[in-house]
Design a protein around this ligand. Structure first.
Ligand code: MRU
Length: 364
């Protein structure tokens, strides 16, 4: 399997022009626009305004941001890391990547730091692509087992997977986390169909996951966020597969707001609920997700306005609530470990328990 899927990349470094380039995800699904990120400020803006988003990709972008800062002034390592660390609070990959850069660069003479940071950022990107590919392989085995079990029970020959938010290649170095097993299953000829939660308020499911799956020809159906429970009650979901922005040492999982409700519905309907994540998304320093994970509170306008194309094909934003309505907009929620059937990582599938997480730690 080719891990360097150029058609599955949302961020790359062009060695000829020596430029960091990204697909601007705020323009999807209507326009595939590539923008150049040239400065630390642009890297920070891209993360804050979600031109890049998704836990692994935020960490990768931050690593390139350190390089860009050092290219301008080699004595700004800690200041750059501090600035980048403030861009988004929930995904631990940001902190993980900045710590790795800071520790790796501190002993490098300042004049060589920018190049060393670039090499480290490229390595992070390549490692994440490989990790996601491996997640895909482990997840594929799981999906194959689920499909065979379904067929043995006399069920239809298609596996219905429900996913939330966008945990595809747009959120990672390549392949994705939750979508990687789906891509691998599709490539291996398994019949899979994906229920795509729209994922209010920013609609990452509708605008990004649906776009990605269409790009690869994976059968899918877009649903409103509230439909999952109904579909599960009617036996139309065989497995839920989501990503994670931070996983605790006891197996709690923090992901896009609404994930918890899907896990509850899955539990009530005996639908397996798996979380796919690179180990860079595990925060071994914390145990209790509910009390310890910082949850990002995002702008009210994300809830009270909705962007989209008008009849003339022009991108517009329209108000969907009375002007001035008070809004609450937590970006993430925590799914307790007891609702998680397993964690699909690049080193295998583990139980979402303290013991499972200890086993992962022992591998690293
Ligand atoms: O706010 P976003 O779009 O950055 O949130 C992304 C998610 O919640 C993903 O599911 C998560 O990062 C895991 S996937 C790689």
């Amino acid at each position: 399997m080719n891990n360097n899927r150029d058609d599955m990349r949302t961020l790359w470094y062009d060695d000829n022009s020596r430029q960091l380039q990204i697909i601007d995800q705020t323009q999807l699904p209507h326009t595939r626009k590539v923008v150049v990120i040239d400065t630390l400020e642009q890297a920070c803006d891209a993360i804050v305004h979600m031109q890049v988003r998704g836990a692994p990709l935020i960490g990768i972008t931050a690593a390139f941001g350190v390089h860009l800062a050092l290219k301008r002034d080699p004595d700004t390592l800690s200041a750059a890391c501090e600035t980048l660390a403030k861009t988004r609070p929930t995904a631990v990959n940001l902190q993980w990547s900045l710590t790795r850069l800071a520790e790796g660069l501190v002993s490098v003479p300042p004049v060589q730091r920018a190049e060393a940071a670039l090499e480290m950022a490229k390595t992070l990107l390549a490692e994440d692509a490989d990790a996601c590919s491996d997640i895909g392989d482990f997840g594929l085995a799981l999906l194959r087992d689920l499909l065979e079990a379904k067929q043995a029970r006399g069920g239809e020959a298609t596996l219905n997977v429900l996913t939330h938010c966008n945990a595809g290649w747009l959120a990672t170095g390549a392949w994705g986390t939750a979508l990687a097993p789906i891509y691998k299953a599709h490539l291996a000829g398994l019949s899979v169909h994906v229920w795509v939660d729209e994922t209010r308020p920013r609609n990452q499911g509708a605008s990004l996951t649906a776009w990605e799956l269409a790009h690869s020809g994976v059968p899918h159906t877009l649903i409103v966020d509230n439909a999952g429970g109904h579909l599960m009650q009617h036996g139309l979901v065989d497995v839920c597969l989501v990503g994670s922005d931070r996983t605790t040492a006891h197996g709690d999982v923090c992901n896009k707001i609404g994930t918890y409700l899907k896990a509850l519905a899955a539990f009530d309907n005996q639908v397996p609920f798996y979380v796919a994540l690179p180990t860079s998304t595990i925060d071994f320093a914390i145990e209790d997700g509910l009390s310890e994970i910082p949850i990002e509170e995002r702008a009210a306008s994300e809830v009270s306005y909705m962007p989209g194309l008008d009849d003339t094909g022009k991108l517009r934003s329209v108000a969907i609530a009375p002007l001035g309505t008070r809004v609450s907009n937590a970006g993430f929620d925590v799914t307790p470990a007891r609702l998680v059937s397993g964690l699909i990582t690049e080193i295998g599938v583990f139980p979402a328990t303290a013991e499972g997480l200890m086993d992962i730690k022992a591998w690293l």
